[in-house]
Each structure stands twice: as C-alpha cells, then as structure tokens.
Write a protein that binds this ligand. Sequence first.
Ligand code: FES
Ligand code: FE2
Length: 348
Amino acid sequence: MFLKDTWYVACTPDEIEGKPLGRQICGERMVFFRDASGSVAALEDFCPHRGAPLSLGTVRNGQLVCGYHGLTMGAEGKCVSMPCQRVGGIPAVRRYPAVERYGFIWVWPGDADKADPAAIPHLEWAGHPDWAYGGGLYHVKCDYRLMIDNLMDLTHETYVHATSIGQPEIEEAPPATKVNGDTVTTSRFMHGILPPPFWAAALRAKGMADNVPCDRWQICHFTPPSHVMIEVGVAHAGKGGYDADASDKASSIVVDFITPETETSIWYFWGMARSFAVHDAALTDSLRTGQGKIFAEDLEMLEAQQRNLLAWPDRPLLKLNIDAGGVQSRRVLERLINEERAASAQAA
Ligand code: FES
Ligand SMILES: [Fe+2]
C-alpha cells in the first residue's frame, strides 16, 4: 500500500554521476540518468528489445545504451537507435517525472499528468548558507510504515540507542501528538536533565559546557507520503528550552526521507541539518558518522521486527500511548491512499 501520486526522494546526484542507476521505488523498477542537457531522466528499467535492465548499460551523450545489444534510449523513453535496425516500430518505455532539487533527485511514481514540482516539500535548510547538512542512505528490509512508527515515537531511544542519545528521562516525559490536516506532530520535552553523549559532544563542538543540567526536546513532524523531520536539541536549563537563544542551545533537524522499494523494503535517506558551526566540515563528518551508527541500530531492530511480522502475520499488535504518532500518521496515509484509489477508479 503506497501513495503513488506524490514525490519521493529517489537518489542523490552522486549516484548518477556518469552512469545510470537502477532503483525500485513503490514496486516500480526505474532507471535514472542525466540527459544531454544535464537534467535527470527516469524511465522504466526494461529494454524493449529483450527485457534486459537498462540500468546495466551506459550513458552516452545523454542517452541510455542498453548493455545487452546496444539499443539506445532517449530521455523521453523513446528508442533513438539500435545496431543494424530501424527503430520506428520499437515501443517506448514509461517515463517517470523526475526533478532535481535541494541536493536530491525526486520522482513521481504515479500518474505523470498529475505531477507538479511545486508539490515537492520546501526544505528551508537545503543549500542555505546558514545551514550545514550531512547524511547517508541505508537499504532496510522493512515496511516503510515501520520506519515511520520508529521515527514518530522516540521512546525507543532509551533502549535501542542507550549509548548515544538514549536516556531514561525520555520515557518519563510523555509525548503529545497532534494532527493538523495531513501533518502529524509528536512532541516531547524534558527538563533539567544531563545531556546524553551525542548532545554533550554537540555542546562541546559549540564551545558550551556539556556537564550541566539541560532542557531537551524532540518534535517529530510527519508529512505524506513518508517524510519525517525531527527538531531535536538541548539548551542549558533555565534559558528557555526550545525557544532559547542560539548561543544557549545546540539544535538541529533530523531529516528522514523514507522511500518504499517494495512492501517490505525501503530506501532510507537520513541526515542532519544544523544551523551552528556550519563551516566545520570535520563536525559534519563526525555527526554523520555518529548518526549513521545510531540509525544502524534502528535498522537491525526494524529488520528483525519485519521478519517476526512476516512469520506471524495474523498476530494483533498493541497500540499504546507512545504509539500515537505512528498510529495517526498511518491513519493519514490510509485516508490519502483510499482517496487516490477512488480517484483513479473513477477516472478508469
Ligand atoms: S535487451 Fe537491450 S538491446 Fe537487447
Ligand atoms: Fe532510532
């Protein structure tokens, strides 16, 4: 169950540097490459000749050359040449709307006529001189909604991330969840706590005391189809917490773009945007390494959880107070998916 008439992050520009990239998104096998003008093209990853994946070929002069017998595709999905053959009768392959923006390649797996680049979410931090960004990509064998659940309830930090961002005070501060249209927000505030190792390091990087009581916050924002942005940070206690002056806090945005590959696997684009020490490239690297380790802990848990869910498909699961963020996000998704299906049934 995926929302298809929407934009997903498909890949990053480095992944299509001088070569095609094959990637399955929402069950659709796609190939990404740059055309002669440098724009991104996304086509079905299927050569109309004998069905070889076009992504195993090469890009020549902005055209995609099949790696099997040399059929050459233009960015529009039409065959432009084939050795020893006239190409007039060779069927075209499907083209998917694709846009490069904010350092990501976005793709629309659904009805191309409905694709509007204005619907790509605005990322205020991307490419902005007052912000620095570092991130990575993991392939995770789990339903994309398990990752949404994970990110919309950070109670798990106490257990899964005990050595970095976890601390017992998290589970003592109950989260509050609000739904506003298609957006779900789950917030948690902790007061007068000592910063856990990850945040102590961030305070030190800012030249701030790291062993004094702090206020800490986590504000998770879900927006469809499966983007979760989490405002996180700590401020020295008594300075206003979330609203403290920049000089009294260390804060950032945890960026999560969850792109379904199949019903039980995802491409997980994770990262962190921060508005302090933005020119410190070594800090960007160490934050990326730290975050990569933290998310690898989630990955292990989520894949094990998915294996269990597949082994016991009929076991009912609980919905506890801490699960409200994920439950509400799933509700929004379900409503939008039903609306999309009803609209396309009507159009058919
Ligand atoms: S399968 Fe692609 S050219 Fe033959
Ligand atoms: Fe986690």
